[in-house]
Write a protein that binds this ligand. Structure first.
Ligand code: AP5
Length: 194
């Protein structure tokens, strides 16, 4: 079972590369951002609450996103593996994910971290904001999202570095070039079962 975390700041290309990885490895895509936006579109109490945080570029509380991931893992325990996109985003989320996966006997295989400079992230997301309809794709909120990443999410890399599962790659270049760097890491990662 392949369990891959695609890691990186807002605009690094996690969603773009997830689509390609799903097609190649037949994995299930777990994007907490997409799950939260579905809740907002359905106007659920969870979505209404989450929107307040997302519109300000802040992280949604841990218990909300951990609960969503737990439900998805339970519902798809027969999957060939998962791509975690935008999760875990805090050390508490990483510890919760490790515990959930340990129950299923298939821990994280690798965390691939796409590194992209701040100026390029803002450029990509402002450009996406012209058509995405995402209320958080404005320059002001984009900068807050990047600050939130630096203070709360970057430490998650250390968590997987100590497990020897952390692989940084250059996230600049054509989408295909970045994809080739990711698959090289995945294809060389040891598959572990508990
Ligand atoms: P989320 O939806 O996860 O957004 P994000 O992390 O900010 O990531 P993005 O979707 O903006 O960027 P991406 O890295 O996927 O890049 P993409 O491929 O789209 O989270 C949104 C909000 O939800 C958070 O702020 C938070 O409030 C909440 N949330 C979500 N998960 C949470 C969690 N676990 N805990 C708490 N709160 C949570 O690409 C971006 C653009 O760049 C696109 O236009 C793309 O075409 C372009 N692009 C991609 N690759 C390249 C390339 N190689 N060269 C040039 N352009 C490229």
């Amino acid at each position: 079972m392949l369990n891959i975390i695609l890691f990186g700041p807002p605009g690094a290309g996690k969603g773009t590369q997830s689509e390609k990885l799903i097609a190649k490895y037949k994995l299930l895509h777990l994007s907490t951002g997409d799950l939260l936006r579905s809740e907002i579109a359905a106007n659920t109490p969870l979505g209404i609450e989450a929107k307040k945080f997302m519109d300000e570029g802040k992280l949604v509380p841990d218990e909300v996103v951990i609960g969503m991931i737990e439900n998805k893992l339970e519902a798809h325990h027969d999957a060939a593996g998962f791509i975690f996109d935008g999760f875990p985003r805090t050390v508490a989320q990483a510890k919760a994910l490790d515990e959930l996966l340990a129950k299923h006997g298939h821990p994280i295989t690798a965390m691939v971290a796409m590194e992209v400079p701040h100026v390029e992230l803002v450029k990509r997301l402002v450009n996406r904001g012209l058509t995405s309809g995402r209320s958080d794709d404005t320059e002001e909120v984009i900068n807050k999202r990047i600050d939130e990443y630096e203070s709360k999410t970057r430490p998650v890399a250390k968590h997987y570095e100590t497990q020897q599962k952390f692989s940084p790659i250059n996230g600049i270049g054509e989408v295909e070039e970045v994809f080739d760097r990711i698959i090289e890491i995945i294809n060389n990662a040891p598959i572990i079962s508990l």
